[in-house]
Ligand binder design. Structure first.
Ligand code: 5GP
Ligand code: ZN
Length: 112
């Protein structure tokens, strides 16, 4: 847990969120500022700064996070979806606790 990390606070339940899934490793909640009719974030409980700070020890967790995308997208009624992992300030990352965005039902993001 990182004291000034908003996602650590959400994972700990100190800040409310609309949770759609949780287990021992991962919490999934709706984005507060959705860029699509369905927009949720797959977030590990552990404070990991970004994809760039991951190594082989994170392989199983990263695989688990990715495989949750189609499962939860289906549960949310999506026939298809888009995933995004922003990495580093230059990659558009604003919250430095790794997360996978999942968008569905149309998106305001550009295709490339
Ligand atoms: P990033 O740019 O880091 O990839 O994305 C961070 C995302 O977290 C943004 O889409 C933003 O709307 C979302 N976000 C930031 N603060 C909160 C919050 O307090 N609650 C929720 N549910 N989402 C948040
Ligand atoms: Zn954190």
């Amino acid at each position: 847990m990182s004291a000034d990390c908003i996602f650590c606070k959400i994972v700990a339940g100190a800040i409310p969120s609309t949770q759609i899934y949780a287990d021992d490793d991962v919490v999934v909640f709706k984005d507060i500022n959705p860029l699509a009719p369905v927009h949720f974030l797959i977030v590990p409980r552990a404070h990991i700064e970004s994809l760039a700070s991951c190594d082989a020890s994170h392989q199983a967790l990263l695989g688990k996070m990715l495989l949750l995308a189609p499962k939860l997208a289906k549960e949310q009624g999506l026939a298809g979806f888009r995933t995004m992992i922003n990495t580093g300030r230059d990659g558009g990352q604003e919250v430095f606790h790794i997360h996978v965005h999942v968008f569905g039902g149309g998106t305001t993001l550009p295709k490339t």
